[in-house]
Design a protein around this ligand. Structure first.
Ligand code: CO
Length: 176
């Protein structure tokens, strides 16, 4: 009787050992699957090659309009945005800038806060964290640029934050 109990016990032990081995094996087989993930991550790196895709020229004149109301860039690319003021009016009368807002920013609240931000180049200090990138404000005949890394995929809003301009001067910045 005692012997058979021992045998049973040892069989159980062996079975347990086997099943735990199997579990380890399964885990081991899963590991290469995980290793595949970096391979996928390499793909966007390859997409970074046409980095020139990130070169954008945005123009605006005395008519208070951006020539583009939609800009598309690739995720992770380096965006070099050049803002050209094709008008003649000085920046105190017809200032233009490019401001890219982070997701979740209240557009109207930002614009309202920007009304009082002439001292900080029309970027309200209380909203600095809501600004992904921006250029300085320029007047007629001037050009300026800003370079930044394209944020995560999604649709973002951009505007000119000079008082009274955002109603006309705004657009969608799409990261694909
Ligand atoms: Co403007």
């Amino acid at each position: 009787m005692k012997k058979s109990i021992l045998v049973l016990a040892s069989v159980t032990l062996i079975m347990t050992a086997c099943s735990s081995n199997k579990t380890e094996n399964t885990e081991a087989t899963e590991t290469p699957a995980v290793t595949e993930t970096p391979a996928v991550t390499e793909t966007p790196a390859a997409t970074e090659a046409p980095a020139t895709d990130g070169a954008i020229t945005l123009s605006a004149g005395d008519d208070m309009k951006f020539d583009k109301t939609e800009i598309k860039v690739k995720e992770g690319s380096t965006v070099k945005l050049t803002l050209k003021h094709t008008g003649k009016l000085p920046k105190t009368a017809m200032g233009h800038n490019f401001v890219l807002l982070a997701t979740g920013t209240d557009f109207n609240k930002f614009v309202t806060a920007a009304l009082d931000a002439s001292g900080t180049d029309h970027i309200p200090a209380s909203f600095q964290k809501s600004v992904i990138a921006h250029t300085k404000t320029i007047g007629g005949g001037e050009t300026t640029s800003v370079e930044f890394k394209a944020p995560a995929k999604g649709t973002y809003e951009y505007l000119c934050s000079f008082p009274g301009h955002s109603g006309m001067m705004k657009g969608k910045f799409i990261v694909e």
